[in-house]
Design a protein around this ligand. Sequence first.
Ligand code: FES
Length: 213
Amino acid sequence: MQHISDLSAPPILGQFYMVPTVTAIWCGSLGEYPVIGPLHNDRQHIGFDRDHWHIDTRFAASPRLLKDETNPEYWRRIMATPIMRTWKSSMFSRKEPRSVAAVYARRWKCKRQAPDHISLFEDSATTANEGWKAHFDHWAGHQCKKDGNGWRCPHRNVSLANQPVINGIVRCPLHDLMIDNATGRVLSRPAMRPQIRALRTLNENQPAEANAK
Ligand code: FES
């Protein structure tokens, strides 16, 4: 079975892939979750200190607490809720925090594709948040490197080869950098705006629900 990191095109809905996975608490539930990108923190620019992974939304089951994928808040909250490396079962627990033991590959079905929710979360490029602005301004104009599959994000070296290219632009699913797929250059914030508008229109014209059960 193909590993997601070996793909040079987006995964196909309904097909199974080997995907990096962790066992952790996420949205209040202990379970196995597909993750994308490395363990990292966002101390630089964004000021988020805790080590975490991002959920790979293409493969994740709907969390128990967040069932309604048609609600625009759904994806916004998913993207804003990473998996922490360490966690406590509750705020008041006196037990030592637990940690993710390892990242391992597990078989997951592709349940949805990024365009379904690409424009539904925080419109980071136009936000007033200074940290996000600093993030985009820092990376604008950087040149992506290429591996055998395609571009890699210059921020955390995430493969962009298995992300959809929409209007010639590929978006990094971790922190929203947008890259010109022809040149591998990261877009500036002003250059991102028309793409965000286009994605929003695209999104409004298609169902936000999962395409494959
Ligand atoms: S890894 Fe942060 S924007 Fe790509």
